[in-house]
Design a protein around this ligand. Sequence first.
Ligand code: ATP
Length: 619
Amino acid sequence: MKRVVRFTAAALRRRAGPLGRLAGWSVAEALPVLLAGHLTARAVDDGFLAGRPGTGLAWLGVLAVAVLVGAVGTNRAYARLGDVVEPFRDELAQRVVAGALQRSTSSGARPETAAVARLTHQVEIVRDTFAGLVMVVRGFLFSAGAALIGLNSLDPLVAAVVAVPLVAGLALFAAALPAMVSRQRDYVHADEQLGEAAGAAFAGHRDVVACGAQRSVAERVGRQVDRQAGAEHALARMAALRSLSLAVGGWLPLAVLLLAAPWLVRRGLTAGAVLGALVYVATGLQPALHALVQGVAGGGLRFAVTLHRILAATAPPTAPGSTPPRSPGTGPPTGSAGTPPRYPGTAPPTAPGGTLRTGPAGTARPDTPRGPRPVRAELRAVTFRYGPRARPVLDGFDLTLADGAHLAVVGPSGAGKSTLAGLLAGLLHPQAGTVLLGGTPVGAADPATLARHRVLIPQEAYVFTGTLLENLRYLHPEAPDERVDAAVHRLGLLPLVRRLGGLSATLDPGTLSAGERQLVAAARAYLSPAPLAVLDEATCHLDPVAEATVEEAFGSRPGALVVVAHRISSALRARHVLILDGGVPLHGRHDELLTRSATYRELVGHWQGRPVSAEATAT
Ligand code: ATP
């Protein structure tokens, strides 16, 4: 619980201003408590007992004004409460979301949506209980403080007589708190386990019935119900301790005061002062203590236990501007914060932060790559549109791909990914700018030259009737047997080769699945001597493992690789990612783009949150 106390104390320290204003209005709220006993004593002693009812009523009138001021104070205090509580909730929500994002980006796994939903629900519980806790603790401090000051003004001895049992009651309550927290924790735990067990039974009820497992599942859920009931009973038993501390701290002062009244009167205390002291205890101290004990034992315990669970399950958010943990496989960034990162195999980005600069043709040029890596493809200030009046798909777009580049192109449907693939492959020609393949402008290149420089694997894989070997050697007829065998192994084609009866078996394209056709087309492209490979959703019919095998094989193939990404895993495997979304294209590493691009975050969320059925359809 130390963690909870530290976290809450630090949060309260950060809200010193709003807390000060809350305290100011709490003073106004406590004014009637401060004056009630004193004014009652004056009304009795100077008014009613002295035969001057008018004076007595006048003092009571002053008390009525104080009550009005107190009501305004209460109203304003509630209004100020939000300034303390809402930022606290925001901090927690940020922590929960940042923690989930960091975990999913560092592991590349789907975000645990159920866990995040549970945590955000818990944040709301913490917010509500925190508000209640602030109000009852504040109410107790100001009301009890005001009552004790008032008692002291009547007679310091009376204040002492009341304070002793009050402190004893508080001490008793404080001593019982750890046990209460522990029972509350057990209760929350049992409640969650019951929820999980019942949820699992509900979700799988068809399987349960199909397997005839109703009895054992009912018993298992029943055990959780019993456990939860036991935890609730244990929690309820704590109510006895609460009542005891209330009796000692709230009722005992009244009894002590009544018993001591004759002695106090003999010491010179007036009847009005005795009555005033009783008013302080009955209308100030006792309700404040009651509210504190009930509030802390109810909402306060929920607050402590729930906040503890949130803090244990989440990491503090990284400071603004810092980089979240890197995804495995993406390698360490080679640029420092604020400077464009450099990627092996690609020219340095042409705009700060790794943005590919676009804009009017001629305003941006990619740097010539330094070092010995040959440039395989270059787009210089390329503008492309499908019709004279159509919106340009790319506008003044620059891109340089050198050996070793592994670029994933992502973006929403219709953003221009296939258009970029077509331009890189020399199938489309820009209206402005230049596309170079191996230094040759594509406009001037014949099909044989294009084939020497690049291989494009489209989504619809082309497989012709002939032997499997002929299909694989189609782009490189002289490929030696060992290279063909290596390609079959690297791309995971062996099971298909075996099923078909060897490489010399005749292929009937109609008998292959869409995924098998894609595998054949991928192996054929892999064997091609062209140094630039462009995969345009070329693995969309493969399962994720087969897709990873193909992409990893292409990733280690000499030359440059562009993958129009079908799944987020393709972007994670790539050295860097280019986002096309109809706006200014952005590129960078996966983790950088998560912080820089809302489109990318949305795409990642969409991909990871995609229903299993959609995944299954795609395979
Ligand atoms: P998807 O993910 O759906 O395949 P994409 O990002 O690959 O989409 P492109 O196919 O490159 O997008 O299309 C970019 C834009 O160009 C879209 O607005 C599309 O409608 C348009 N477009 C594509 N091909 C043609 C065409 N042959 N004639 C006219 N417009 C086209």
